[in-house]
Design a protein around this ligand. Structure first.
Ligand SMILES: [Zn+2]
Ligand SMILES: [Zn+2]
Length: 361
């Protein structure tokens, strides 16, 4: 089967909420960094009439779509941020009730992802608070935001001195996504739930002033080269906004996607597939163990790296300094892949796949 591959970022803000870059500036940053699509997710507002292809023949094009990040403003701290895509209408009227929100999004043909679910407080900043997901009895959401760059970055800011150092050299600080989020993902998968994982920037383009110095910390352009989501649709983008939007959401819904930390190198071409007696599978798919044996899982990494195959939190196979991993799965369960790479002296997370769901006989 041939899959097309598109790279996108699906969580960012403009002045419609607390971001500082306009839709056009975001599109320009996305074109410069060669993203194929971006989804702008302002807090509790669905911004109409901005969707479309931006750019020109010379610079290239990016598809910009509207989504939304919804939470209950009356709840303190303002926990339970939910990313909503594909509803084509304002959904923040359901903000006060996360389960009703998730249900309503589904009824409107949309997708919902629990954003930065294990967000933490910056310990030395009295006024910062942890914006985690707390209502874990909610069901029916599409998936989790496994790697939110900005939320994750906060975990490296343990002291003011460390913060100053890391804000100027974020690439030295960043290692990988929240361990708690990965553990929760594995626990949900182990319980039999299908959970799609995505990775995003949560870019705001915030201006930062220290005396006469002024700079934008974490510009959109920088963050668009960090944590992104790759999708693998079966057909290419057509150039028609509504069609390509539908293709993006179908592919995401199917979990045919993986997350990459692009600063370590392009992850284009990464594949995680399965082959069994009853057929073949790619990330997001289910595949049955045939009567004659198991399912052969195969990982192809774009460069030599450490490849880990994980089932319900347990590493069941690992290769180091290799581009391939092959494993015969005899046990049912959700299998996912992590690829780690030595970069600037530290082993860092490069790629996170969505699971292949291996069903029993
Ligand atoms: Zn948020
Ligand atoms: Zn956000």
């Amino acid at each position: 089967m041939t899959y097309y591959e598109y790279i996108g970022n699906m969580h960012m803000h403009t002045p419609y909420s607390d971001g500082e870059g306009t839709h056009r500036e975001i599109a320009d940053a996305a074109i410069k960094t060669k993203l194929d699509f971006v989804i702008v997710t302002d807090h509790n507002i669905w911004v109409d009439h901005v969707q479309g292809y931006y750019g020109d023949d010379q610079r290239g094009y990016v598809l910009l779509l509207t989504g939304e990040e919804i939470h209950d403003r009356n709840r303190l701290p303002q926990v339970n941020h939910c990313l909503v895509y594909g509803t084509q209408r304002e959904m923040s009227e359901y903000a006060h009730h996360p389960q009703k929100l998730v249900n309503a999004v589904k009824e409107h043909g949309g997708l919902s992802f629990l954003a930065h679910p294990f967000d933490t407080q910056i310990p030395w900043q009295q006024d910062s608070s942890a914006i985690a997901w707390v209502d874990w009895d909610v069901t029916g959401y599409t998936g989790l935001e496994i790697w939110n760059y900005m939320s994750n970055f906060k975990t490296y800011l343990l002291t003011p001195a460390q913060t100053l150092r890391h804000v100027y050299q974020p690439h030295k600080a960043m290692i990988g996504p929240s361990v708690e989020t990965l553990a929760k993902w594995d626990a949900l998968l182990a319980s039999g739930q299908k959970v799609v994982g995505i990775g995003n920037s949560d870019a705001h383009g915030t201006h930062f002033k220290v005396g006469p110095l002024q700079r934008v910390i974490f510009p959109y352009e920088y963050l668009f080269q960090c944590v992104n989501t790759h999708i693998l649709p079966l057909t290419p983008f057509s150039g028609v906004v509504a069609d390509d939007e539908a293709l993006i959401y179908q592919t995401l819904h199917a979990g045919r996607a993986f997350i990459s930390y692009q600063l370590l190198g392009s992850a284009r071409g990464f594949r995680f597939t399965g082959q069994g007696a009853t057929g073949s599978a790619i990330m997001g798919d289910s595949i049955r163990i045939g009567a004659s044996g198991g399912v052969t899982l195969q990982v192809v990494a774009p460069a030599r790296a450490t490849i880990k195959l994980i089932r319900h939190g347990e590493t069941v196979a690992m290769e180091t300094n290799k581009e391939n991993l092959t494993y015969v799965a005899l046990q049912p369960g959700a299998y996912r892949v992590e690829v780690w790479k030595l970069w600037q002296g530290v082993e860092r997370c490069w790629i996170l796949s969505n699971p292949i769901y291996v069903d029993g006989r």
